[in-house]
Design a protein around this ligand. Structure first.
Ligand SMILES: Cc1ncc(COP(=O)(O)O)c(C=O)c1O
Length: 496
């Protein structure tokens, strides 16, 4: 996994006296080092002992250059051995490798831009800094969008070992396990034969992009959004038409604005409810109005509603009904990754009313992964069978943490605005422009890794760098308090 993203490029740097320094080459075994917003490739650099100038100290290296590159990036250098590393990231959006900050000297290096370097990336899918979340584990982790991790032992205590002891580890079915599909059908209020399981919603997004759409087709998607919701489409060669929703309007769906972008080539309209990163839910009336507009202007289009955060409610609020049964043009997606805290099981699903499209998606899935993991699916089925028990403590924590966050925001409202979420474990906050100009916004992003804080950067989702996503469902409450305190200190340090 990590090696997949490791860099193969060489970075050259100059010490202040002009002495060239070869900073790096690909180092396997280490973390990928993304990335700026949309542009940069993940890279891992090392300062190899033999290549480092004798006695070179962090502050000595002022400049680095890589053909086709010029973003700012921070490099960590081990004190003793020249083993490794590193890292990111654009000063506006990136998050440097804070994990190693204690044990490494830190060097700041300038590279030439990767913005123009997109052509040298050569990947089908744009690189997005959100990949950082998979590989960095800062103490003050406010970047996560999931509820607290479900621990395997905790799950076994609930379901018992007998639930899986006799499981046969052969291939699963292409559609997905029948008992799991029954459970999903039950919580989505559709027949079981509408359900196809996937390896997370991630795979569902990919399958839809490649199977529902063709190269010249158009997909209308609201932003800010989860990056792969858009990038899977880009990877499929589809024309992506983003419709930006506004922070100042509380990220409410603007149906008129979407309708203006619909046309005969639209094959899909892509939404999420609650949305990532804002946690704002879409109303039934908004979906109904949108369907009417689609009927008039985009008769061949389907509507995707990604419901991955549907179960992440606050306290004992009931889970809102799925959109799956509302109209046969609606495809929904869901998974056990967020509210249930089990993204490591890689189980998700789609509900698809059209039997022909469903068959095509199943064949596409079979061609890519054959089937899902039978063990993952068996565990997912048990998780859904015990859903109240697994959700209850997580939804309680979401409720408590949201109250803490609301109080914290009120206390810092002169510095930050926010959009209060309706559901999900995350929401958006914005640095106020009267206290944060461009350079203090840049300083803010630079300072986060130094302070061991992780947030979701606005540009990952198609938003401005003044906006960030804050996850409030992952850390235990005392740690959440500590993280907010550290974040407040950072805001005070960098404000104008
Ligand atoms: C809106 C949205 N959709 C899909 C996913 C992918 O989730 P998974 O593949 O783990 O089910 C995420 C994960 O962050 C998400 O936020």
């Amino acid at each position: 996994m990590r090696d997949r993203y490791a860099a193969t490029r060489t970075l050259h740097a100059w010490a202040t006296d002009g002495t060239p320094v070869a900073l790096g080459e690909r180092l396997p075994r280490f973390r990928p080092s993304p990335a700026r917003g949309e542009m940069a490739e993940s890279r891992t650099f090392r300062m190899a002992g033999a290549q480092s100038p004798a006695g070179c100290r962090g502050a000595d290296i002022r400049r680095a250059q890589e053909v086709g590159s010029s973003e700012r990036c921070t490099v960590s250098r081990p004190r003793q051995s020249a083993r490794e590393l590193f890292s990111p990231a654009d000063s506006r959006v990136g998050q440097a490798g804070s994990r190693w900050a204690d044990s490494h000297d830190r060097l700041t290096v300038e590279e030439r831009s990767w913005v123009e370097g997109v052509e040298s990336w050569g990947g089908r899918f744009p690189v997005n800094g959100i990949i950082n979340l998979l590989d960095r584990f800062p103490t003050h982790n406010l970047g996560e969008s999931t509820s607290q991790d479900l621990v395997f032992g905790e799950l076994l205590d609930v379901i018992g070992m007998d639930a899986v002891r006799d499981l046969r580890l052969g291939y699963g079915s292409a559609l997905g396990s029948a008992p799991l599909r029954d459970r999903i059908a039950d919580i989505s209020a559709v027949p079981a034969d509408h359900v196809v399981t996937t390896q997370g919603v991630g795979l569902a997004l990919f399958l839809l992009a490649f199977e529902q759409c063709r190269a010249d087709d158009e997909v209308v998607i609201t932003t800010p959004c989860f990056p792969p919701s858009r990038d899977a489409l880009t990877g499929a060669g589809v024309t992506v038409i983003p419709v930006p929703l506004n922070f100042d309007d509380g990220y409410r769906l603007d149906v008129d604005k979407i309708a203006q972008r619909l046309g005969p080539r639209t094959r899909l309209v892509s939404l999420a409810s609650p949305q990532n990163p804002s946690g704002v839910r879409i109303l039934d009336s908004e979906v109904e109005e949108l369907l009417r507009a689609m009927e008039r202007k985009a008769p061949d289009a389907l509507l995707l509603v990604d419901e991955i955060y549907r179960d992440a409610t606050y306290g004992d609020e009931p889970t809102p009904p799925s959109f799956a049964a509302l109209d046969p043009r609606i495809i929904t997606t869901g998974s056990i990754s967020k509210a249930y805290g089990a993204p490591g099981l890689r189980v998700g699903w789609m509900t698809v009313a059209d039997p022909v499209l469903r068959a095509r998606l199943t064949v596409a899935k079979m061609n890519i992964v054959l089937s899902s993991s039978v063990l993952d699916e068996a565990l997912a089925e048990r998780i859904l069978a015990h859903r109240e028990q697994i959700l209850a403590p997580r939804c309680t924590l979401l409720d408590e943490a949201l109250k803490v966050l609301a109080g914290w925001q009120a206390q810092h409202q002169h510095l930050l605005d926010w959009v209060r979420p309706d559901g999900g474990a995350m929401c958006c906050l914005r640095l106020r422009s009267d206290h944060f100009d461009d350079s203090s916004v840049a300083r803010f992003w630079e300072r986060l890794p130094e302070n061991d804080i992780q947030l979701g950067a606005g540009p990952w989702f198609g938003e401005s760098p003044s906006v960030f996503r804050l996850g409030f469902g992952y850390l235990p409450l005392p740690d959440f308090h500590a993280a907010l305190k550290r974040l407040a200190d950072t805001l005070h340090d960098v404000r104008d």
